[in-house]
Design a protein around this ligand. Structure first.
Ligand SMILES: Nc1nc2c(ncn2[C@@H]2O[C@H](COP(=O)(O)OP(=O)(O)O)[C@@H](O)[C@H]2O)c(=O)[nH]1
Ligand SMILES: [Mg+2]
Length: 247
């Protein structure tokens, strides 16, 4: 991707409009890992966005691109630390939770399901989780583990962005039909998915904007504002958002 948008002709004169970075990374601080369900976590004083996907989907590469750091996600890739949740403070604006990659093909079924309590526990319990970025590899249909994760996210009701990785692995003409197939499979509108390539940088800014939008949404765990003024409802009868009912 170029650093400028295409040339725009304004009254006949070509003008190059510099691209505005929706998320300039001014500071990035590693906060620490959560090793087991209910274990250490950072103070919940910033909104959190979690990144999820199966092993090898391209999560570290996407995070490095998104954060414009060559080896930002290295800490999560250190042997022995790949089964922890790693927290990072971004711009003192939000906290990024890098979830362990699940469903590595070469491990036993019992080991495979190990990810569920830690990931699901964190997603359910975090008091400040504002959204999830779920990664899927453009070349593969969602695996059984992906579907487990997608069902879990849907039941929880957390706002979710779908980033479809490794777009550069397809030929240009194959991309649109493949995204349409995937979005149908997932029951999503094609606009809900962000095509991404860590190799070319495609989708970096779109994903960054989507994160900013996610942070601006009202907290999904709070009851939706009622049409009537809150004073009209008797105490203890406030409407519950469906998400808080899911367990
Ligand atoms: N061609 C291509 N390869 C990618 C892309 N993203 C990741 N990969 C490759 O896919 C493999 C797994 O990537 P990694 O980021 O470590 O995945 P993770 O296990 O989800 O963190 C590595 O060999 C990467 O170089 C991409 O956008 N395009
Ligand atoms: Mg990784």
């Amino acid at each position: 991707m170029s650093d400028s948008s295409p040339v725009i002709t304004d009254l006949g004169a070509p003008v190059i409009v510099p691209r505005v970075d929706p998320l300039v990374i001014k500071s990035l601080e590693y906060l620490g890992p959560m090793a087991k369900q209910g274990g250490w976590r950072p103070d919940p004083n910033l909104p959190e966005i979690a990144f999820a996907g199966r092993s090898n989907v391209g999560k570290s590469s996407l995070l490095n691109r998104l954060m414009r750091r060559k080896s930002f996600a290295r800490v999560s890739n250190t042997p022995g630390r790949t089964r922890e949740i790693h927290f990072f403070n971004v711009n003192k604006l939000f906290c990024l939770a890098d979830l362990p990659g699940y469903g590595y093909a070469k491990i036993s079924k019992a080991r495979k399901a190990e990810w569920r309590p830690l990931i699901e526990g964190y997603l359910t319990d975090s008091p400040v989780l504002r959204g999830v970025v779920q990664l899927l590899d453009v070349r593969h249909d969602p695996t059984e583990d992906d579907l487990t994760m997608l069902d879990f996210l849907a039941d929880l009701g957390v706002p979710t962005i779908f980033a479809v990785t490794k777009i550069d692995k397809l030929r240009k003409l194959e991309v649109k039909p493949r995204l349409e197939t995937l979005s149908k499979f997932l029951g999503l509108d094609i606009d809900q998915i962000v095509p991404f390539s860590a190799t070319t940088g495609l989708g970096r800014d779109e994903l960054a904007s989507a994160l900013i939008d996610l942070l601006a949404l009202p907290d999904w765990k709070l009851p939706e504002p009622s049409e009537e003024s809150p004073g009209d409802l008797p105490e203890g009868h406030a409407e519950q958002a469906p998400a808080t009912e899911a367990t």
